[in-house]
Design a protein around this ligand. Structure first.
Ligand code: PLP
Length: 365
């Protein structure tokens, strides 16, 4: 059997490693492992969401709601848009990316990403036959290089991805720069706001002024529901309508719909989660900056990118040494555009942060 060309050529996606996997591989107890590798919520899930899901479990034998009206309305009101401008995804924001590919991409179409940025754009769109074009994210300035994007646009450009705050660098893209790009193309500009709650900035207002903007968001970060896999997109109602035609009908399970709605209703949880994550980010930034062999970048998200080359170790060695001591951070080697000397550290509880800093100091010496 011959596999399709795009799949034969695909580099496998490398996700962050799980607690279970590390406990098994390093002979550790899951409870002693500190996970600072996947930009999750250190507070855990909203207790209101847990209770709501517990009540729903007896209905598991029923198919989920497919019209998703209630959750769509909640997301619309949280985002300040109308319900027709919302699409929900059942494998997180990653599903929305796949649905964008199914809806828009014809083989040979191009998409533009900055390097480095979130890896899944390239992974998903290549499966649909699209060709990546690489623009620049400038380091150490930690800023998008707008000219490199504008120079990359041509008649084959179908989608331009702008990640703000950018994963893994944590820098943001100014609204004026996003507008500049929107005004210079008819291509779809996907503004990935997976981490917008931590940045205090958002761009959903652009939907009313530009037909070619699409905002991508997730319940995996500040909403504390990474394991439930819920994402959403905001865009013009015509595009959303076509995307709904191709989206898997039942991809949002009953528990995930209930969990997402209960979390959106739990305003105290959302604001406390934001506060705790920002506090942790500031603490980690301060403490990492004090370690002379490290270069840490300011971030508007819930993680920090650290250049470790002056430690004399590469990222794989540092990550390995941390894993042996039960701490998971992200080895950024798999991000195109970064070399072998970068790690990304997610926010934790203050106790986890303190342990991480003290172990890291021991390792660096
Ligand atoms: C920038 C960015 N966009 C999208 C996603 C996908 O999130 P989800 O868990 O909803 O698939 C992530 C996940 O880490 C991310 O970092």
């Amino acid at each position: 059997m011959k596999m399709k060309k795009e799949v034969l050529e695909l580099d496998p996606y490398i996700p962050g490693r799980s607690i279970k996997e590390i406990a098994r591989d390093y002979d550790l107890y899951p409870d002693e492992i500190i996970k600072l590798g996947s930009n999750e919520n250190p507070l855990g899930t909203s207790s209101k969401a847990v209770d709501a899901v517990a009540n729903e479990l007896k209905l598991m034998y029923r198919y989920p709601e497919s019209d998703l009206k209630e959750l769509t309305n909640s997301v619309a009101s949280y985002s300040g848009v109308s319900s027709e401008q919302v699409i929900l995804g059942g494998d997180g924001a990653d599903e929305i990316l796949d649905v964008l590919g199914k809806t828009l991409i014809e083989p040979g179409d191009e998409f533009i990403i900055t390097l480095p940025t979130y890896t899944y754009y390239e992974f998903t769109l290549k499966i649909h036959g699209a060709v990546p074009v690489y623009a620049k994210w400038d380091m150490p300035e930690n800023k998008v290089n707008i000219d490199s994007i504008l120079d990359s646009i041509n008649s084959r450009t179908k989608i331009i991805f702008l990640c703000t705050p950018n994963n893994p660098t944590g820098g943001i893209i100014e609204k004026e720069d996003i507008k500049k790009i929107l005004e210079s193309t008819d291509s779809l500009v996907v503004v990935d706001e997976a981490y917008f709650e931590f940045s205090g900035e958002n761009n959903s207002d652009l939907i009313n002024d530009y037909d070619n903007v699409f905002i991508l968001r997730t319940f995996s970060k500040v909403m504390g529901l990474a394991g439930m896999r819920i994402g959403y997109g905001l865009g013009n109602s015509r595009l959303i309508g076509y995307m709904k035609r191709v989206k898997p009908v039942f991809s949002l399970t009953r528990p995930s719909q209930i969990a997402a709605k209960a979390t959106l209703d739990d305003k105290d949880y959302i604001s406390e989660s934001t506060r705790v994550s920002i506090e942790s980010r500031d603490y980690l930034y301060r403490e990492l900056s004090k370690i002379p062999q490290l270069d840490v970048y300011e971030s508007k998200a819930n993680y920090l990118l650290v250049d470790i080359r002056r430690t004399g170790m590469d990222s794989t060695l540092i990550c390995e040494k941390l894993l042996e001591r039960g701490i998971i951070v992200r080895d950024c080697r798999s991000f195109r555009g970064l070399d072998d000397y970068w790690i990304r550290v997610s926010v934790g509880t203050l106790k986890e942060d303190e342990k991480f800093i003290s172990v890291l100091k021991q390792i660096i010496g």
